[in-house]
Design a protein around this ligand. Structure first.
Ligand code: BGP
Length: 487
């Protein structure tokens, strides 16, 4: 029996920094993601095994990137050239039957230096046309306002999100977007995976971790600035957008106890709170939860709040919750578990009951159903799966990719969403991650592919850049046209 709501939003997601390229075109300023160094001669076993977050920026690499005007060692400067290819790619999205498309807006296209008084009209014109073409195809727009990239000037001049001034620059940016696109964008995410502040510092809060004397203090103070920025975005939306379509998003860390030992269960609760619930609690309930006090004491963290901050948080909570979901992990007070990797996690315990992806992420479709149920129980807010997909080494052959492994993964996760809806969860959409192959976020390779559309481009950016439909393209097209029935 099919239970997806008739207006369920089947979609696909990308991030501008991983797809657009054209890093120095259209008046765009250099962005923090353009500075992430990559060498295709690296030992990828190590990189993939550790899920080495090459984004943990060093001062040396940052200086090098600022003076390097080329793309050779900066894959995110070229992406898949979506900046020029988007009209053709939207044709493919339309052929798929996508109901909604999630992408991020590039802050440094709109405010090249971040602290400019006026926006860059050429940058806005790019989004005018991108959004128009999506609308012409009847595809709704799910816009992420900040997906890991900010203008580098905000790091050079202000030190990134640890500086409270970024709240004002961000709010100026949001106001321009809301005024320009309030009747075009259907759903907004002020921040992608806001818990990245803790797990991927450069991506999340644009700080150079090695320079911080008290990293924990910087992380949580920077995060507080993002919580305030998020609340200001909600406040602005009430005045300008007036559609209750502002969402929060975290990278889901779905955690199980390694054994039925009560100590493992308590460890699981603690880890789940610190990696996920804390972020949603502040943005959906409107205040800092008391369970964070012991952690702040342990880390010697003192959140500096300005007058009015607490009221601002309390009065400006989000309208829906979304999350990225790829895998689950386990928590235990013992060490006798195999160690593997996960999204934004260099090392997590592997679940002996689960298979792993090519990159060591534990594949767990039931975990998606569990995550949806637990979040809906806790918040009773509409939910949206903003990212889910399988990163894999695809073999391009006969002008396609026979990715039955990806179809299997997606099928099982669609079934998990269907079961969650039957459990009573209010789930209103799903944007498969990497609907088209893009540069991967952690390893910065094209080899780690997610798309149902193959892009002929290698880790060095070489190739025809042509697009090809994988077997999973037809599968997803049927899934969408049958509203999740024919899978
Ligand atoms: C999430 C990011 C996405 C995407 C995804 C997959 O954290 O929001 O940008 O990249 O991770 O990660 P990766 O590309 O490293 O496999």
């Amino acid at each position: 029996m099919n239970t997806f709501p008739k207006d369920f939003l089947w979609g696909g997601a990308i991030a501008c920094s991983q797809a657009d390229g054209a890093f120095n075109e259209g008046g765009k300023g250099l962005s923090t993601q353009d500075c992430r160094y990559f060498d295709s001669n690296w030992d990828f076993d190590t990189v993939y095994k550790k899920n080495a977050y090459v984004s943990d920026m060093s001062e040396e690499n940052f200086e090098k990137a600022l003076s390097d005007k080329d793309t050779a060692y900066y894959p995110l400067r070229r992406g898949i050239d979506f900046y020029h290819e988007y009209p053709n790619d939207i044709e493919l999205f339309s052929e798929l039957g996508l109901k909604i498309f999630r992408t991020s807006i590039c802050w440094s296209r709109i405010f090249p230096n971040g602290d400019d008084e006026k926006p860059n009209e050429e940058g806005l014109k790019f989004y005018d046309d991108l959004f128009l073409k999506l609308k012409e195809k009847g595809i709704k727009i799910f816009a992420t306002i900040m997906h890991y990239d900010i203008p580098v000037n905000l790091v050079v001049k202000y030190g990134g999100w640890k500086n409270r001034k970024l709240v004002d620059f961000y709010t100026r940016y949001v106001e321009v977007l809301f005024n320009r696109y309030k009747d075009i964008v259907d759903y907004w995410l002020p921040f992608n995976e806001i818990n990245a502040a803790r797990f991927a510092h450069w991506d999340g809060i644009s700080i150079i971790a090695e320079k911080e004397d008290n990293l924990d203090q910087t992380v949580f103070q920077s995060l507080h600035h993002q919580f305030i920025a998020n609340a200001k975005a909600v406040e602005l939306a009430k005045k300008i957008v007036k559609k209750n379509n502002i969402g929060a998003m975290v990278a889901a860390f779905t955690i199980y106890p390694g054994t039925c030992n009560p100590a493992d269960v308590m460890q699981t609760l603690t880890d789940q709170r610190y990696s996920n619930y804390f972020y949603f609690d502040v943005m959906a309930r409107g205040y800092y939860p008391t369970y964070m006090k012991p952690l702040f004491q342990k880390l010697n963290v003192h959140i500096h709040m300005e007058p009015g901050d607490e009221e601002l948080l309390r009065e400006n909570t989000v309208d829906f919750l979304s999350f990225s979901y790829y895998a689950s992990q386990i928590a235990s007070v013992n060490e006798d578990f195999e160690v593997t990797t996960g999204n934004m996690a260099g090392s997590v315990y592997a679940n002996p009951y689960l298979e792993k992806s090519d990159f060591g992420w534990s594949v767990d479709n039931m975990g998606l159903r569990i995550t949806l149920n637990k979040l809906y129980d806790r918040y009773q807010l509409p939910l949206f799966v903003a990212e889910n997909g399988l990163g894999a080494f695809d073999q391009f052959k006969d002008q396609t990719v026979h990715d039955d492994y990806r179809i299997e993964y997606l099928k099982k996760h669609v079934e998990a969403m269907r079961d969650a809806i039957e459990d009573g969860v209010d789930l209103f959409g799903y944007t498969m991650w990497g609907i088209i192959d893009i540069v991967s976020c952690g390893p910065l390779t094209m080899d780690k592919r997610y798309g149902v559309i193959y892009v002929d481009r290698d880790n060095d950016g070489k190739g025809t850049n042509k697009r090809y439909k994988k077997d999973s393209f037809e599968w997803y097209k049927k899934c969408i046209s049958s509203n999740g029935e024919d899978i």
